[in-house]
Write a new protein. Structure first.
Length: 291
């Protein structure tokens, strides 16, 4: 619109992230939490989680099953579990709703509640404020960060996994569905770290190899002292630039840290890498953010 940039957009371009407290109402957060409980209640445990770990070969089949399950999850609603929650027969050692790590990657397309949130007028309005002309939604995830076992997410840049030409076209919307604190695993960022490109990419491996994806390049070594924590209360939104370095610690607290997050790509003059694990499909081309 050619006018002055708002102070918050200036902050986003400086830091590579932006905290918007109380962006969603408590009721909107609760509607997502209630919906995910319904989805879990109906969940069939994926067959690859049921494989017995007996021989090396079985473990490879298990790994292949897991990787296929992951690789083809872009246009489905699928379930991913924390480590160590299944016994060798594939039975849950703890209740299934407490063992799940995340659900992805097409909640935004196939679930009415998450679809409504993703395309809500306030999200669309924010997209326009950010100057997005042809934003499309590439993926979404519900992340649980379970009490005591919610694992750490090591320092990374989202563009490592969602690569575009040119870079700078990926934007994460990260919504706290309950308070995110230092105790239960809030996000940590290195402010300004979104300006030096990426050094590592996750790409689809050549077919016939035992793994389905591989990493090219390596992650830089980050100094822990550069990270700042971003605790945020329920309903808050964190905007995440595709190249900003961020992480979260293990959840050592008694309380979960539920989050709904989705990634948007500015599709105008952008190409999506054919080597990304996630690919649009005939069943689900990346939908426009604007409705």
């Amino acid at each position: 619109s050619g006018g002055e940039q708002s102070p918050c957009l200036f902050q986003f371009r400086e830091d590579g992230f932006l905290v918007l407290e109380h962006f969603f109402t408590p009721e909107e957060c609760d509607s997502m939490r209630d919906q995910i409980q319904r989805i879990i209640a109906d969940m069939e445990v994926p067959p690859h989680c049921r494989t017995e770990f007996s021989t090396k070969e079985d473990e490879q089949l298990q790994a292949q099953g897991s990787s296929d399950y992951f690789l083809t999850s872009g246009d489905k609603i699928r379930f991913f579990f924390e480590k160590g929650v299944l016994d060798e027969r594939g039975n849950f050692l703890i209740p299934k709703e407490k063992s799940i790590s995340k659900i992805g990657h097409a909640l935004h397309a196939y679930d009415p509640v998450f679809k409504q949130i993703t395309h809500s007028s306030k999200v669309q309005e924010l997209g326009r404020k950010l100057g997005l002309e042809r934003p499309v939604v590439v993926q979404s995830m519900y992340i649980f960060k379970q009490p005591g076992i919610g694992g750490e997410v090591t320092a990374h840049q989202d563009a490592t996994f969602l690569h575009t030409e040119p870079l700078g076209r990926i934007l994460g919307f990260w919504i706290a569905l309950e308070d995110a604190t230092q105790e239960n695993g809030c996000l940590w960022f290195i402010p300004g770290s979104h300006t030096s490109g990426i050094t590592r990419r996750m790409v689809r491996a050549a077919s016939g190899t035992s793994t389905c994806v591989e990493f090219v390049g390596s992650e830089r070594a980050y100094d822990d002292r550069q990270f700042i924590p971003l605790p945020i209360s329920k309903g808050g939104l964190i905007l995440i630039h595709g190249e900003v370095v961020h992480k979260s610690e293990q959840n050592s607290s008694e309380s979960s840290r539920h989050v709904f997050t989705f990634h948007v790509m500015e599709a105008k003059d952008t190409s999506w890498s054919k080597e990304n694990w996630l690919q649009p499909t005939p069943e689900l081309p990346f939908p426009s953010l604007y409705t």
